[in-house]
Design a protein around this ligand. Structure first.
Ligand SMILES: Cc1cc2nc3c(=O)[nH]c(=O)nc-3n(C[C@H](O)[C@H](O)[C@H](O)COP(=O)(O)OP(=O)(O)OC[C@H]3O[C@@H](n4cnc5c(N)ncnc54)[C@H](O)[C@@H]3O)c2cc1C
Length: 555
């Protein structure tokens, strides 16, 4: 934990050195002692300390200084650090001014120069002041702080990124906490930069303005550059399938890299509670599952890259992956585990308000913000049911909108039973979203009721959409064979009329999870015909490693 600060200000360098020396010898173990030779410089320094979230225990200023006297400085400094103890250093001739400052400017104490011996004329009084200060001091949050507004899509994207990558941070909604004095002081210390939201403040005092996940990724140490340019096994996608392949690959001696553009965990990482994964009778959150799997993968030496793969090509036995920043790596075996992404809801207002009250997927970061509000969950599958259960802990009412007449054909019975138990979850059947309304954020939705043909317009603070998912594999179209919806074909699906895929030269059929390009495998939700479940993704990722060994033995 950073030590709180004792700041002394004096334009006379001899006096400044002497006071710093005495403060340090007595308090150096518990406090950081900093000196400044001008009030203006000290005020600037205080603003920087405020942005860094450092604690300031004492401000000690000489009364006689050019441009601004000690009392003036202490009064201004009070706007930035109101809780710091404030004391003046005065000459005998200034005693009167000091006494009136105590009365008028709320200064806590004044010390006479010279203060020798300090054990008599300085430390006893300072001990009292610092004891008082310590009694009400609450150490500030020391991690990353994100300043933004709830309805800003960019703020949402950033918070979601940090949460899903398990990077702890403190969220400061500058609109909601506009009347909070500490937030006001922080914004004042930031000055005009505070308008470049979202702003990310790091404990080392650096900041990112209008920040985006890629910049923050680098800053928090998520690796964006590969350590070498060649690997035995490269895995694109860090969902359950990719993570399992990484653990099995690396644990069996393959030099393995896993490339993930958002956050390890994939869709499963968005799940508030996975209840059907073997070995976890009480269920576990997707975030926990992802964190555990990542630790396991890293323990076996998997390199995890925070990058987006945008292209794949083959050169003889090498499979080459191109990243969004134009860097490339190559490998012998490539595994595609890119899963699926949410299908878009096509209705007016939806795209415009995405991230500002309308979200695709779980939005676990949003759950807390929904306290006491009415929110809508669109879709009738398990993912929608889990999200509704999670939001019901915070929201006043959660309404699930489904096109059909019940949940029974789309959701597992255990979830339907849980939902029925919740008095604040309501099911609205025969309903589909016709429009989203709101200026800067979602305020109302129009719902088309197919049984009556009427459109109802209802207030909504937030709407979470879970209406199925599709693989986004267009960037792989010229490399691997896909079905009409973009799912990648593997193994027996590639054999047509007894014929191996076009261009296939090996004297064996493609392995079970191998694509039409030898050495390129596809596992998990992205694979044609896969069972869309965590356990099956994990199973495919693990099994594929066996085929990779067989493939590598002949490369
Ligand atoms: C909210 C929710 C709840 C669910 N609950 C359950 C449950 O309780 N039980 C259950 O069994 N299943 C559940 N599922 C389904 C389960 O999560 C999925 O079947 C599983 O996550 C699929 O794993 P995957 O690794 O194949 O793909 P995904 O989990 O989709 O992971 C793919 C990853 O690849 C990354 N990626 C994509 N393209 C690129 C690229 N070009 N470059 C780099 N990275 C890329 C993505 O960012 C993503 O992280 C749930 C799904 C959701 C959405």
């Amino acid at each position: 934990m950073a030590k709180p600060i004792l700041l002394s200000v004096d334009d006379d360098s001899d006096v400044l050195r002497a006071i710093e020396r005495d403060l340090r010898s007595q308090y150096g173990a518990e406090y950081r002692v900093i000196g400044s030779d001008s009030p203006a410089g000290a005020l600037e320094l205080l603003k920087q300390l405020k942005v860094r979230n450092d604690g300031v225990a004492l401000l000690l200023a000489d009364q006689r200084m050019p441009n601004m006297d000690g009392v003036g400085f202490l009064q201004e400094a009070r706007q930035i650090y109101p809780e710091a103890k404030r004391a003046l250093l005065t000459a005998y001739a200034d005693t009167k001014a000091a006494i009136s400052a105590i009365n008028q400017a709320n200064i806590d104490y004044f010390f006479m120069k010279p203060w020798d011996p300090p054990a008599e004329h300085l430390y006893p009084q300072l001990n009292d002041l610092l004891d008082d200060w310590q009694a009400s001091y609450r150490p500030a949050f020391e991690g990353i702080r994100v300043l933004g507004t709830r309805w800003s899509p960019r703020s949402y994207e950033l918070r979601d990124f940090l949460a899903r990558n398990h990077v702890p941070y403190q969220w400061i909604d500058v609109e909601l906490s506009a009347n909070d004095p500490e937030t006001k002081r922080l914004l004042e210390a930031l000055g005009p930069e505070a308008s470049n939201l979202p702003v990310v403040l790091f404990p080392d005092g650096t900041k990112l303005l209008e920040s985006v996940p890629a910049d923050v990724a680098q800053k928090v140490g998520l690796r964006t550059r590969a350590q070498t340019d060649f690997y035995d096994l490269a895995i694109i996608g860090g969902g359950p399938a990719g993570l399992a392949a990484a653990v099995y690959g690396a644990s069996e001696g393959l030099h393995t890299v896993m490339i993930e553009r958002e956050a390890p965990g994939g869709q499963a990482g968005m799940s508030s509670r996975i209840e059907n994964y073997l070995g976890f009778p009480a269920g576990l959150s997707g975030g926990d599952l992802a964190r555990r799997a990542m630790v396991q993968a890293q323990r076996f030496g998997v390199e995890i890259l925070s990058q987006e793969a945008v292209g794949v090509r083959t050169e003889g036995p090498y499979r080459i992956i191109k990243f969004a920043d134009n860097n490339e790596i190559s490998c012998h075996a490539l595994m595609i585990a890119t899963g699926v992404q949410w299908r878009r809801l096509e209705a007016p207002g939806i795209d415009r308000l995405q991230g500002a009250g309308i979200y695709y997927g779980g939005g676990t970061t949003e759950a807390l913000s929904c306290k006491g509000e009415i929110i809508y969950v669109v879709g009738g599958a398990n993912s929608a049911g889990q999200a509704a259960m999670n939001f019901a802990k915070y929201a006043e009412r959660v309404v699930i909108l489904v096109r059909g007449d019940s949940l029974s054909s789309t959701m597992s019975q255990y979830l339907i039973d849980q939902i029925n138990e919740m008095s604040n979850i309501q099911l609205w059947t025969h309903a589909s979203v016709a429009e989203g309304h709101g200026e800067s954020h979602l305020e109302e939705i129009s719902v088309l009721c197919s049984d009556t043909g009427k459109v109802e317009r209802v207030p909504a603070s937030a709407m979470f959409i879970f209406i199925g998912a599709l693989p986004r594999t267009d960037w792989l179209a010229s490399v691997v064979e896909r079905d009409e919806r973009g799912f990648i074909l593997t193994g027996p699906d590639l054999i047509r009329n007894g014929q191996r895929p076009k261009g296939w030269t090996l004297d064996r059929d493609p392995f079970l999870l191998e694509t039409n390009i030898a050495g390129i495998f596809a596992v998990g939700d992205v694979r044609h015909g896969s069972v869309k479940r965590v356990a099956s993704g994990v199973g495919e990722g693990s099994v594929a490693v066996q085929f990779i060994h067989q493939y590598l033995s002949k490369v």
